[in-house]
Design a protein around this ligand. Sequence first.
Ligand code: CA
Length: 151
Amino acid sequence: MKHRMRGFIALVILGGFGLFIWSGCGGDDDNPVSGNIPKFGAVTGIVTLPHATKGEVLWAIIDDDADGEEYYAVAWTNCEDYLTYEYLFTHVPVGKYYVYAGVFIGDSDGPPEKGDLLGYYGTGRTPPNSANVIIADSDTTLCNITLEVIP
Ligand SMILES: [Ca+2]
């Protein structure tokens, strides 16, 4: 998996669950009065793991396709013994996206192999047929994701 991304990443770990956050780098601040003002929204949710993966890295990706490359943004956190982690992507341009998450056990790179954990919003370890997460202007979309073990 190529790790090319736009924007920056901030990570926070809270209490009984992990919270990992991606925050966009903003619009075109040099031209604040232009006619086309970009519209942004956010997406957040809980990622549920089938088993704890302490010591591994949980990542979440938002992208306009499911190819695992050149994604719009990625957030990650170091796993503890928790089974649930909360993610948040802010300042996402309005549109339709794929949102998915995973843990590559013992290996930080893809593609996913037997025993790895992977989950797309709404469809488990299989990608949806089309982008199924809608980011609306000034709104926060809730997308909980359940990870499944790659057989
Ligand atoms: Ca992509």
